[in-house]
Design a protein around this ligand. Structure first.
Ligand SMILES: Cc1cc2nc3c(=O)[nH]c(=O)nc-3n(C[C@H](O)[C@H](O)[C@H](O)COP(=O)(O)OP(=O)(O)OC[C@H]3O[C@@H](n4cnc5c(N)ncnc54)[C@H](O)[C@@H]3O)c2cc1C
Length: 288
């Protein structure tokens, strides 16, 4: 439980963090809340030569609305997402989900940016950014770019981030009339990580027909994915309980699912259907 030796440096701005990442190369890692990186270092699953502490960059803790976007700084803690009135007003599903991450210590230290960059297959936010069609603003030595959540997760603990890039902000849509979103998870009984978590965002027209459906699934497979088959079945249909139950009878294939001491692939596939049905039902009620 003792990490390898490492050098510690502190960044005071995003620009500073990017230049330190560039200077220290691929063996450097950004340190935010430390709730995933430090345990991994203690288990020697990760052995960065340099830690670049970004937790001092106040600009990255901000939460605000910019036009029709809810912008959350990468260093916003789970607790601040949970309690923010701006988040509750504009995209309340995020504060509901944040309230069920880990325990109080994890929520007080862990950050939304660290959670996404780590890309743990059992983390909650990956399902939410996929369902909510979020965008990640990142900054590296070649400048700023925006990555759609759909393009961000590339594998088990793997993302589209380059080694010199950091996440600065995450942009979510502000949810207006006719659109509803919900997140349902089956938590691990000890850690509260998602054995399976499903986020859904639905838009309905005045007659109750679904004009858009997005579903993000976490915990089930090596990385979070969208249940596009279910989205396609629902889009264009009048929605009710039966339509949702029929569409969610099968969400993903057990052959693609994780297997561990907590849940078999078959159980995970079953949980995907149950959590998807619950999330979609709640999203439908909220969209009405
Ligand atoms: C006991 C326990 C229970 C937990 N339960 C849950 C749970 O129920 N649900 C859940 O979703 N998560 C859970 N977590 C994980 C927790 O949410 C972590 O805080 C989060 O995954 C990582 O955020 P962090 O700020 O601690 O990142 P760190 O540990 O500091 O960093 C994690 C990784 O992200 C990189 N990184 C951090 N910030 C940035 C950035 N801005 N740009 C680029 N790279 C960055 C780091 O270099 C590192 O590779 C749990 C953790 C613990 C210890």
């Amino acid at each position: 439980m003792i990490p390898n030796d490492f050098q510690y440096v502190r960044a005071n701005s995003v620009k500073d963090a990017v230049s330190l990442l560039d200077k220290h190369g691929e063996n450097a890692k950004v340190l935010a809340g430390g709730h995933s990186l430090i345990p991994a270092m203690k288990l020697r699953l990760n052995a960065p030569a340099t830690l670049i502490d970004v937790s001092n960059i106040g600009d990255l803790t901000k939460i605000g609305v910019n036009g029709n976007k809810l912008q959350i700084g990468a260093l916003a803690t789970h607790r601040s997402v949970e309690t923010s009135d701006v988040v509750k007003k504009n995209c309340s599903v995020l504060s509901e989900a944040a309230a069920h991450i880990g325990d109080a210590q994890v929520r007080n230290r862990g950050t939304i940016g660290g959670n996404l960059a780590h890309a743990d297959p059992a983390s909650d936010y990956p399902a939410l950014v996929l369902a909510l069609d979020a965008e990640l603003e990142v900054e590296g030595k070649s400048g700023k770019r925006t990555i759609a959540a759909d393009d961000f997760f590339e594998g088990l603990f793997e993302t589209a981030l380059e080694s010199d890039e950091i996440i600065a902000n995450i942009n979510f849509p502000t949810l207006g009339k006719g659109t509803g979103a919900a997140y349902e998870k089956f938590p691990h009984p000890a850690s509260r990580f998602a054995v399976v978590g499903v986020a859904a965002m639905l838009t309905l027209d005045k007659k109750g027909t679904c004009t858009s459906a997005r579903i993000g699934v976490t915990g089930a497979a090596p990385w979070a994915f969208r249940a596009t088959d279910v989205e396609d079945v629902l889009t264009g249909k009048p929605l009710d309980e039966k339509a949702i139950s029929d569409a969610t009878a099968k969400v993903g294939d057990p052959a693609d699912m994780l297997s561990d001491a907590t849940a078999s692939p078959e159980f995970r596939a079953h949980l995907c259907s149950v959590m998807a049905r619950r999330a979609l039902m709640k999203a439908m009620e909220r969209a009405k």
